[in-house]
Design a protein around this ligand. Structure first.
Ligand code: ATP
Ligand code: MG
Length: 486
């Protein structure tokens, strides 16, 4: 075992005689416990710990130490430098064995344990050796646990920072500034939020930002697309079921509300939630309890609900497809994301952001976009909003060299409007040979991917896109996922 694997101790003791006794007490375990340094006053100890943070696992300190800095004050200073450090205090025999106030004040200051030194005539030991050694091992276990906890907290923090980096809201318009201010404002509250806006405006992105900037950011963020799950399954998805609740329920299934407990649930395309599930959701919001299928007693949950819609819910209420009472519960704070055509100053910033990111992904130089080309893009209406813009920039990068000029933009924008895919000709399909021969499977995948994207850009919701493609919404959702579009 080398010094790094041993329990390293900083000993603060000003009497030579007691330093010897401590050494002697732990001698039988010298292969596991190492007195790394000995100092005779508190200030020196603080300095040393500052220089060698992380080196010591445990401090053994005399209570009545020479110099100004001592006792509880010293314990607090040491813990401030390294909060996982464990401190064992040794005091003179003059301390009354039943002085609980003294013991409490040491522990409150941050000490792990304390003991009273043996009388001076016991030359060999500072304290009952097995107790002393055991306390050192226990203190070290506590130190290890605390360090692990600190590391996993750091990792979680790093994860959240990474997510926030990849989900940055880009834009410089007053509307986007207002949006980021709203997110900041609501980040520390638990109010339910309803995000509305046309397709591709960034509703899901905003939901991510709301969760990961909230106090719940280290808890789960669970998303569900209410239009992507068949009506008869949605309740069991949301609320779960108990084993044996119905034929086929061969094990307990936790609902998404349980999974999201203490965190956030994002109910996307909320207008598609069937009426029966709307009733249950209302109850969850009112009582903070879920009713699992096949279980009599209810389960308490604490979940923040963020929902999103690209439909006008007030119209849905009028048409009796959405419950008014639920609407008010979900819409405590409304956030509306305006379409891209109403905030044109965001277009160049978004284009630059996507060009930079895609160029890095593709390992290519970032192309320059000519002002005339940019003007066309700013003037364009972007019915599919930021999603359409993002896909367009990606397509542009595949087709461009180092300069993106007006002709290239016109060509890509123009054909897109006509057929959705410039490899289709008016007489059917043209094939480009530039990419080499593709297998039928590869070609089919390419076709599906491009066609799905195209249809989605032209639709206001997943449900509408599914309808246009002649697919049931769950199938549409699954296929989009398989194609990497979700
Ligand atoms: N302001 C923005 N900054 C950066 N990226 C954005 C912005 N707005 C949207 N995006 C990107 O555009 C794409 C579409 O956004 P998102 O999925 O959040 O839209 P949506 O409103 O949920 O659309 P839909 O109603 O179709 O579900 C995503 O890739 C998202 O990251
Ligand atoms: Mg969405």
């Amino acid at each position: 075992m080398n010094a790094n694997d041993k329990i390293n101790i900083l000993l603060i003791e000003d009497e030579e005689y007691d330093v010897r006794r401590v050494h002697n007490t732990i001698k039988p375990f010298a292969d596991q416990i190492n007195i790394a340094d000995v100092v005779s006053d508190g200030k020196l100890a603080v300095e040393l710990l500052g220089e060698k943070t992380g080196l010591y696992d445990i401090v053994i300190m005399d209570y009545q130490i020479a110099g100004g800095l001592r006792g509880e004050e010293l314990i607090k200073k040491l813990k401030l430098i390294d909060s996982s450090l464990q401190i064992i205090v040794i005091t003179k025999m003059t301390v009354n064995l039943t002085n609980y106030d003294f013991a409490r004040s040491l522990i409150e200051a941050g000490a792990f344990w304390y003991c009273t030194k043996y009388p001076g005539d016991i030359e060999e030991y500072i304290y009952q050796p097995t107790d002393f050694i055991l306390s050192i091992f226990n203190a070290n276990e506590k130190r290890k646990l605390l360090k692990e906890k600190q590391i996993s907290k750091l990792k979680l923090k790093k994860n959240v920072e990474d997510i926030m980096q990849s989900k940055k809201i880009i834009g410089c318009s007053p509307q986007i500034q207002n949006l980021t201010e709203q997110i900041k404002k609501y980040s520390n509250s638990n109010v339910n939020i309803l995000i509305s806006g046309f397709s591709g405006t960034g509703k899901e992105l905003v939901a991510y930002n709301l969760h990961y900037s909230s106090l719940r950011k280290y808890e789960n963020f669970v998303t569900i697309n209410c239009g992507g799950i068949p009506d008869q399954l949605i309740e069991s998805e949301l609320f779960g079921y108990e084993k044996g609740a119905f034929t086929g329920a061969d094990k307990n299934k936790p609902g998404l509300f349980e999974v999201a407990n203490h965190g956030t649930i994002f109910l996307d395309e909320i207008s598609e939630l069937p009426l029966s599930a709307q009733v249950k959701l209302l109850r969850v919001i009112q009582d903070g309890e879920i009713e699992k299928i096949g279980r009599t007693e209810r389960i308490k949950v604490n979940v923040r609900i963020i929902s999103a819609t690209n439909k006008n819910l007030e119209e849905e209420i009028k048409a009796k497809r959405f419950r008014e009472d639920l609407y008010y519960r979900l819409n405590v704070v409304p956030i509306f994301i305006p379409p891209l055509k109403d905030r044109k100053e965001d277009i160049p910033v978004l284009i630059d952001h996507f060009i930079t990111n895609f160029s890095v992904d593709m390992g290519r130089e970032k192309p320059v976009i000519e002002p005339a080309a940019m003007k066309i893009l700013v003037d364009y209406d972007w019915p599919g909003n930021v999603r359409e813009l993002k896909n367009f920039v990606q397509r542009l990068l595949f087709n461009s060299e180092n300069i993106i000029d007006r002709t290239l933009v016109e060509m890509n924008l123009g054909t897109k409007g006509l057929t959705g895919w410039n490899q289709f000709g008016s007489d059917g399909i043209n094939f480009k040979m530039a990419d080499g021969i593709k297998t039928l499977k590869e070609m089919e995948k390419l076709l599906r991917e491009k066609y799905f994207k195209f249809i989605r850009e032209q639709s206001i919701s997943d449900a509408e896109a599914a309808k246009k493609l002649g697919l049931a919404p769950p199938n549409y959702y699954r296929m989009s996922k398989e194609l990497g579009l979700k």
